[in-house]
Design a protein around this ligand. Structure first.
Ligand SMILES: *Cc1c(COP(=O)(O)O)cnc(C)c1O
Length: 362
C-alpha cells in the first residue's frame, strides 16, 4: 500500500524564509549588516536579568506574562489586559493568521512587505494578496481597492521593512476607517521604537475596534536571539489570540530579560539617538557615492543601484570585503541592497567599500 500523507493546502507553496547571512566562506571577522540587529546588543540591566534567570531554570515560566505585560503597559501607557506576548512578533503574526484567516480567505500585504505575512497566511491555508506600493511607500488606496468579501487581515509594517519608509497617522487612520467591518488591520511596529515620539499605532488601537499593533524586542532592544514580541489590540481580539497561544510560549529567561529591557529607557533612548545619527551619516555618504536611498525611519537603509546587475555585483564585492548586507530580490527590489545601520566603524567600512565599488574596484 502506498501512503497518501499530504500536508494541508498551501503549505507546499511556502518558500523557506531566508534569514540574513552571517558568514562568508574564507573570511573571518565579518561585519554583519543583514538582519537589522542592534549593533550594541542588549543593555547591561537586561543581561543582568538574564543571568539571574539562570538560577530558576527548573521552574516553569509564568503563563500569563503578567509582569512583562505590566512593564510594557507602564512604559507605553497601555492597558496590560489587552497585551499578548509571543515568541517574537512572528508568533503574534502567526496567531493572527491562524485565528482570523483560513481556507477561502485572503490576507493583504504590500508589494515590499515583510515575508512573514505571506508565510503565515499560507500556513493558515489562506491566500496572500500582494498590493502595489507607490514608489516604495504603502499605498492606502491600492490596499482598499484590493479588499474583497474574502479579506480578513491587512498587514502593514510602519516603518516598513525593507524600504524603511512610513506613512503618517492620518493615512493609517483613513485606512482603518475605510476597511469593511469583517477586516482586521494589523500595524507591525517592529521599528516603531526608532521613530522619535511615535506610538506605533497604539492610540489608533485604543480608538478603534478593528486595529491590532505588533511590536518586538528583536530590534532596538537587541534581543533577536531570545525571541520576544508582543501585540496590543481590542479585548475581543486578544482573548481570541490567547486561546491558541501555548501557555509556556515564552521562557522565564526571555520574560525576565524583556522586562528589564523595556524598563531601561535611558539605554533605549541612547540606541535610538545613535541609530538616527549614524543612519543619516550613512545615507549621506552613500548619496555622495551616487547611491540614493529613500528617507529611512528604521535601523537600516535601502540602497538603490542602477539595476539588479549592479546591486548583485556590489553585494559580491562587499562580501569579498567581509561586509554582509541583505539582497532584497525576494521583496521585488532586485536593484536594491538593504544595509543595517551598524556601529560607527561598520558604517564607515560599508560606505567606503561602496565608494570603492562605484569607483570601479570590483
Ligand atoms: C524584524 C521584524 C519583525 C520582528 O520579528 P521578531 O519575530 O519579533 O523577531 C516583525 N516585522 C518586521 C517588519 C520585521 O522587520
Amino acid at each position: 500500500m502506498s501512503v497518501q500523507i499530504e500536508p494541508q493546502p498551501g503549505i507546499m507553496e511556502i518558500a523557506l524564509y531566508q534569514g540574513g547571512q552571517s558568514h562568508v566562506d574564507g573570511v573571518t571577522n565579518v561585519v554583519k549588516l543583514s538582519s537589522n540587529e542592534n549593533p550594541f546588543g542588549p543593555s547591561e540591566a537586561t543581561l543582568e536579568a538574564y543571568r539571574r534567570a539562570a538560577y530558576e531554570l527548573h521552574r516553569y515560566p509564568s503563563s500569563d506574562h503578567a509582569a512583562l505585560r505590566e512593564a510594557i503597559a507602564e512604559v507605553h501607557g497601555l492597558d496590560p489586559a489587552r497585551i499578548i506576548c509571543g515568541a517574537g512578533s512572528d508568533e503574534v503574526i502567526a496567531f493572527l493568521c491562524q485565528c482570523y484567516a483560513g481556507p477561502g480567505t485572503e490576507v493583504i500585504h504590500t508589494e515590499h512587505g515583510f515575508a512573514m505575512y505571506r508565510i503565515s497566511a499560507l500556513a493558515a491555508g489562506a491566500t496572500p494578496v500582494e498590493v502595489k506600493e507607490r514608489e516604495r511607500v504603502t499605498d492606502v488606496d491600492a490596499i482598499l481597492a484590493a479588499v474583497t468579501d474574502a479579506t480578513r487581515l491587512v498587514f502593514i509594517a510602519n516603518p516598513n521593512n525593507p524600504t524603511g519608509t512610513m506613512i503618517g497617522e492620518a493615512e493609517v487612520a483613513r485606512l482603518a476607517d475605510a476597511l469593511p467591518p469583517h477586516v482586521l488591520l494589523v500595524l507591525d511596529g517592529a521599528y516603531a521604537e526608532y521613530v522619535e515620539g511615535f506610538d506605533g499605532g497604539a492610540a489608533l488601537v485604543d480608538a478603534r475596534e478593528n486595529v491590532v499593533m505588533t511590536r518586538t524586542f528583536s530590534k532596538l532592544y537587541g534581543l533577536g536571539g531570545l525571541r520576544i514580541g508582543w501585540g496590543y489590540g481590542p479585548a475581543a481580539v486578544i482573548d481570541v489570540l490567547n486561546r491558541v497561544r501555548g501557555p509556556f510560549n515564552l521562557s522565564s529567561a526571555a520574560l525576565a530579560a524583556a522586562e528589564a529591557a523595556v524598563r531601561d529607557r535611558a539605554y533605549a533612548e541612547r540606541c535610538r539617538e545613535e541609530n538616527a545619527r549614524l543612519r543619516q551619516w550613512l545615507a549621506e555618504a552613500l548619496a555622495g557615492h551616487g547611491v540614493p536611498c529613500d528617507t529611512s525611519m528604521a535601523n537600516f537603509i535601502l540602497a538603490r543601484f542602477a539595476d539588479a546587475d549592479e546591486a548583485e555585483a556590489c553585494d559580491a564585492y562587499l562580501k569579498s570585503q567581509g561586509l554582509i548586507v541583505r539582497k532584497v530580490g525576494g521583496y521585488n527590489l532586485p536593484h536594491c541592497l538593504r544595509i543595517t545601520v551598524g556601529d560607527e566603524s561598520s558604517c564607515r567600512q560599508v560606505a567606503h567599500a561602496i565608494g570603492r565599488f562605484k569607483a570601479g574596484a570590483a
